[in-house]
Design a protein. Structure first.
Length: 466
């Protein structure tokens, strides 16, 4: 999920290279004129009764009562805002899961935190596992499928003492913990996410000083090995399991940033999980997922909802026939204030779902969509960015009241209707020559379907006989 320095740690050194490939940029060879793109269907079909609507959260960002970890140690340096016990999901999970179920969610994404279940070397903590037993049982009892993330950027303090991902023994430690989780919860038939956004994870480790940029390739290889090993373990326990490692899509530089990892795990992905947030607009070429220090906040980054279509198409072309899930998607505001661009959370949600329906209508096997996030949370150093369907003011509300945003009613209507109505058109049309997936997103742009023709006027009734 977004974090305040992703542009710095993911896109440093990539923007210039990517710019050389972008149509219409200095140094690029002009592409021949492309034929006009075909219009989509006038009426989009719904996503279907079996579509997996879901919401997402992560352990460290929401749970509270944080145990010793790489992240509690970084917070203790004073370089970011204090944790403040976050939104205390561990104390409020039953009510939060109920909120998710009332939205019409069919899946609930969460993480089982390594730092919590193994706070010291040796075996897991039975009391900590019991907590997750109760949470996962509550998700299942509410009629939702758990989507369990094994690693959402946090590991125990004692693992950090050994060097974290620098340690040659990290793969064995990581797999041993993940095996414990898999063996315990496979009977619940969850959807599995092994490592959340590996490239962004490495970038965040660089940000907090746990790695340096020269170690990027080595750590990416280790994460791929960890994914591949636990994939085999999961399938040895349950052959029909669905497993992925979700990709934090980086507009304009996706191939440079994420493709090396994808290539290492491509044979061990049961579905492609894509996280998509921001996209360049004609006024800004910045499509990164967050900002560097001193730059505008992420609530100022350009939004381009049709970019989710291009992100899905990017991977549909690489993995024909493979199911696609949007594992994370959402929109930030600054402390819940209106966005400078005027985009409302409900409109952004509906516009995004329009493009999911369009992707499915165009033949992509889109199976699910998770909103990031159910509630506001600790966005890797700050509570200022608000992504929640339910907003929570951690810094000034000791009761941590979950207040619905306008997107709650919109989400409920979408899950009831299987998406937006057939005649819906996004509040903001697609940009020309999008740079989300260049050159394809410029050369083969998606366009809005024409509005359905109004029904013909009713024929006049026959005159009564004399």
């Amino acid at each position: 999920m977004p974090q305040p320095n992703r542009r710095q740690v993911l896109a440093t050194g990539l923007a210039a290279a990517a710019a050389m490939l972008l149509p219409g940029r200095s140094g690029a060879t002009p592409a021949p004129p492309a034929p006009p793109p075909p219009a989509g269907p006038a009426a989009l079909p719904p996503l279907g009764a079996d579509f997996d609507w879901g919401v997402a959260c992560s352990g460290f960002q929401t749970e509270g009562h944080a145990p010793d970890s790489n992240w509690t140690r970084y917070i203790a340096t004073g370089k970011v805002d204090p944790y403040r016990d976050s939104v205390r999901f561990l104390d409020n999970y039953a009510a939060d899961i109920d909120l998710a179920a009332k939205l019409g969610s069919r899946s609930f994404r969460m993480s089982v935190e390594w730092a919590r279940i193994q706070p010291r070397p040796g075996g897991p903590d039975p009391a900590a596992l019991a907590i997750y037993d109760h949470i996962i049982d509550a998700v299942c009892a509410a009629g939702m499928t758990p989507m369990i993330t094994l690693d959402h950027w946090v590991y125990p303090g004692w693992v950090a003492d050994r060097g974290g991902w620098r340690d040659p023994g990290m793969i064995a430690l990581w797999v041993a913990n993940a095996r414990t989780v898999v063996q315990r919860y496979s009977t619940r038939d969850p959807i599995w996410v092994t490592i959340n956004e590996p490239a962004a994870y490495i970038g965040t480790e660089i940000r907090i000083g746990a790695l340096n940029s020269a170690e990027w390739p080595m750590v990416m290889d280790r994460m791929a090995q960890a994914h591949n090993q636990i994939y085999d373990i999961i399938h040895s326990i349950r052959r029909d399991a669905m497993v992925t490692s979700n990709i934090g899509y980086v507009p304009g530089a996706e191939t440079s940033v994420n493709q090396p990892f994808v290539d290492k795990v491509r044979d061990k992905l049961d579905f492609i999980g894509v996280d998509y947030y921001f996209g360049p607009t004609p006024k800004s070429s910045d499509g990164s997922s967050a900002t560097s220090a001193g730059a505008p906040g992420m609530w100022d980054l350009p939004l381009q909802t049709e970019g989710v279509y291009y992100a899905l198409r990017h991977y549909a072309s690489q993995f024909p026939g493979k199911p696609l899930y949007v594992v994370e998607n959402g929109m930030p505001t600054e402390n819940g204030k209106p966005r400078p661009d005027g985009y409302l959370r409900a409109d952004h949600l509906r516009d995004t779902v329009y493009w999911l329906q369009r992707a499915k209508a165009d033949g992509m096997d889109v199976r699910g969509y998770n909103y990031w996030s159910l509630t506001d949370n600790y966005e890797w150093g700050s509570y200022t960015p608000r992504f929640g369907l339910y907003t929570v003011d951690v810094t000034s509300d000791p009761q941590l009241v979950r207040k619905p945003t306008d997107a709650v009613a919109a989400f409920q209507a979408l899950t009831r209707g299987g998406g937006v109505p057939a005649d819906y058109r996004p509040t903001r049309g697609p940009v020309s020559c999008s740079q989300v997936d260049p050159p394809a997103s410029c050369d083969r742009p998606v366009t809005l379907a024409p509005a359905p023709a109004p029904p013909p006027p009713a024929a006049p009734a026959d005159s009564p006989r004399p």
